[in-house]
Design a protein around this ligand. Structure first.
Ligand code: PMH
Length: 358
């Protein structure tokens, strides 16, 4: 690998986060590693999570589950995105659990099973409006349609506002879920509702759920600014680093990058950092700051496809380390600058940036 730009993932931080969550949460932990482990690397994160007490993995796509199986991971995996019924055969063969929410789906899927049993979790929509059945009739129809072809292992819902402390909907969703599954808790090995925010909010409460689906907190990030107080124990695992590739002194009046949107006002030292929007370092990050040996340096001019320029306080040698994310530059600071959330930041970096595990 010749390029000096890299994402570094701190395995010990992920291990720490899982261990700390386990101290606070009595439920089994599903480590959510969809979208390549929120950009951190699904296989690596899954291994660290399982070694530190997570007992199940959650992904969005069947392809993501297969990637984990191909890497030799044998822990239970739940696919949380809906799949068409023709996915049932491969899922059953590879021991992958699917999320299902209609009797018709079960009927159609049977033909793909060739006598195998498919493990499923029933998805209930209690207010997310995304996926899931919404009535007891639909649930009863599923229970009737299931036969020996299906192991109805779990039932779950997903909160829309668990990270908003003032939200009534969070409590309404719990009530709707409880009403819908009334009398049925014992039919399922796993009953689950919570993402990171819900899991930590339910800590210490007596709830009839025995599994939580933890994503963002495992990566050391908090689900929303207002939940930060619940999460003082977290350690972010993600850093993005590069090196100065070129350093030059420009006199006043010189322009920088496409559109010539920046002009030096005096004599300035300008450094070029080889990370660009094709890596997921968005063009909108123009004007944000990066860290060079403890000094914050502004990005001047537009971010290009493969590189951007910064204004240095003085001359630095080519090869000097530049930190784009991590240490003094928190992901949440960048997220705020880009008017988005930390989830989107970690997911946006492309495969062109190598992931190093430290
Ligand atoms: N469960 C489901 C069904 C999810 O979709 C997610 C995250 C999680 C658990 C984990 O949530 P956490 O990272 O807040 O702990 N899903 C998404 C999503 O679809 N968009 O952003 C996060």
């Amino acid at each position: 690998m010749f390029r000096p730009s890299r994402i570094e993932i701190d395995r010990a931080a992920i291990a720490h986060n899982i261990q700390e969550l386990r101290k606070r949460i009595p439920q089994a932990i599903m480590a959510v590693v969809k979208a390549n482990g929120y950009g951190h690397g699904a296989v690596e994160v899954a291994k660290v999570a399982l070694e530190n007490g997570a007992t199940m993995l959650g992904v969005a796509l069947l392809e993501e589950a297969i990637e984990l199986r191909d890497a030799g991971i044998s822990a239970p995996i739940l696919v949380m995105e809906a799949q068409f019924p023709d996915a049932a055969g491969v899922a059953a063969e590879r021991g992958i659990t699917l999320s299902v929410f209609s009797a018709e789906w079960l009927e159609e899927a049977k033909q793909f099973l060739n006598g195998q049993t498919l493990t499923v979790h029933i998805k209930v929509d209690t207010g997310m409006g995304r996926l899931g059945l919404r009535s007891r009739e639909e649930l009863d129809a599923m229970l009737n349609a299931a036969n020996e072809s299906f192991d109805l292992e779990g039932i779950y819902t997903h909160f829309a506002t668990a990270d908003e402390l003032g939200s009534e909907l969070y409590y309404e969703q719990q009530e709707r879920f409880e009403r819908l599954i009334e009398g049925l808790h014992d039919r399922f090995r796993y009953v689950h509702t919570s993402n990171s925010a819900g899991a930590i909010r339910m800590a210490g409460q007596d709830v009839p759920y025995n599994l939580v689906r933890v994503g963002i907190a495992m990566y050391g990030l908090y689900p929303s600014a207002e939940m930060q107080g619940f999460y003082s124990f977290l350690r972010p695992a993600f850093t993005l680093k590069s090196k100065l590739m070129h350093v030059k002194r420009l006199e006043a009046g010189q322009t920088i990058s496409y559109g010539a949107t920046y002009t030096t006002s005096t004599e300035e030292w300008i450094g070029t950092v080889p990370v660009g929007y094709a890596d997921g370092w968005l063009r909108k990050a123009s004007g944000f700051e990066v860290d060079v040996e403890g000094e914050r340096c502004p990005i001047v001019g537009r971010v290009c496809m493969d590189r951007f320029m910064i204004r240095l306080p003085r001359e630095y040698p080519v090869g000097t380390d530049v930190t784009l994310i991590g240490g003094p530059i928190a992901i949440d600071e960048l997220a705020m600058y880009l008017e988005t959330i930390n989830y989107e930041i970690v997911c946006e970096f492309t495969g062109r940036l190598p992931r190093h595990y430290v």
